[in-house]
Write a protein that binds this ligand. Structure first.
Ligand code: NAP
Length: 290
């Protein structure tokens, strides 16, 4: 059995990855306490002991506000920690997948869908950290696969990890307020985290480089939710347009799919997946929605 090291396994993506690949790979999923990615010695000790064939590196400060509040610490984790993982993977011959983000495209100004080779100037500190991590990881280990993930959600269960993901936010908004508001000046892909996790194994085969890795979506977020409600036969009167958010600087983080598709990895479109998930999990959703 091949060996798979997963970082950030107490988190939203890493937890699901460690669980999904259990039984198919021998898994090592050290906690933050067992392996602090900012401590090179602790990272090398785990690699020395476990000798992974593959690494899925999910450990991060994933919240934009937390990065702004603790810039030095988040830089250490998101940039230096990722570089440590890339370096150790090179030394021990492991294929390393690193989670990046569509937030690197915020600030490029241009309309999407954005392509991987575009010149980017991220506006937020989180986006800057992700861009720097991409550069540092690829410099240390050109075989690293940097995955630009979009906003993700899970409808499979109540969100154990306490993450404010898209679907949980939508359903609790409906439950608590009766209506939900979504921005008309914000375009981005929203992806089922389970589809991301399933596709990670295919990403082990990718050549080193940067890849957009999430559902395509060319609608703004208001139109996305509207299309989902129409597809599910839900009451569209409960969705309101938010005309203020991003009005001064409209945001478009949508990602081009050509590079990934050419490698045989295809994501379901955002609206199609939301409708499919909504139908499959109707009973669960009903609990929230009514
Ligand atoms: N969730 C999304 O919608 C989304 C979208 C785009 C990109 N991404 C990216 O995808 C990756 C996974 O995101 P996520 O949502 O799963 O994040 P998350 O739920 O916030 O989990 C982050 C994980 O990192 C661990 N961690 C933090 N600092 C660490 C350190 N110094 N050493 C070892 N472990 C450490 C945390 O453990 P403790 O809690 O014990 O500290 C936790 O397990 C991140 O790179 C994120 O930026 C996520």
């Amino acid at each position: 059995m091949k060996r798979l090291l997963v970082t950030g396994a107490s988190g939203f993506v890493g937890g699901r990855a460690a669980e999904f690949y259990q039984g198919k790979y021998e898994i090592c999923a050290p906690s933050h306490r067992e392996m602090d990615i900012t401590d090179e010695g602790s990272v090398y000790a785990v690699f020395e002991r476990f000798r992974p064939d593959y690494v899925i590196h999910c450990a991060a400060i994933s919240d934009i506000g937390s990065c702004d509040r603790e810039p030095e610490q988040s830089w250490r984790i998101n940039v230096d920690g990722s570089r440590n993982m890339a370096k150790a993977s090179k030394r021990y011959g492991a294929k390393c997948l690193v989670c990046s983000s569509d937030q690197v495209y915020q600030g490029s100004g241009g309309k999407g869908p954005h392509r991987e080779e575009e010149c980017i100037e991220p506006r937020t500190l989180y986006g800057k950290e992700k861009k720097k991590a991409e550069e540092e990881c690829l410099r240390e280990n050109p075989e690293c696969v940097m995955l630009r993930l979009s906003w993700m959600y899970d409808v499979d269960r109540e969100n154990r990890k306490g993450h404010g993901d898209f679907f949980t936010g939508l359903l609790s908004g409906l439950k608590d307020m009766g209506t939900v508001r979504y921005p008309v000046y914000d375009v981005r892909g929203i992806t089922d985290v389970n589809e991301v996790v399933e596709n990670l194994e295919k990403a082990f085969e990718l050549r080193g480089g940067i890849y957009n890795f999430g559902s395509p979506n060319d609608r703004n977020t208001y139109e996305t939710v509207l299309a989902m409600f129409e597809g599910l036969g839900w009451d569209t009167g409960r969705i309101e347009r938010n005309e203020e958010a991003f009005a001064e600087q409209p945001r478009d983080l949508s990602m081009a799919q050509e590079k990934l598709n050419a490698c045989g990895i295809v994501f379901t479109s955002t609206v199609e997946a939301l409708i499919r998930n909504g139908k499959v999990r109707e009973e669960f959703i009903h609990k929230w929605y009514v």
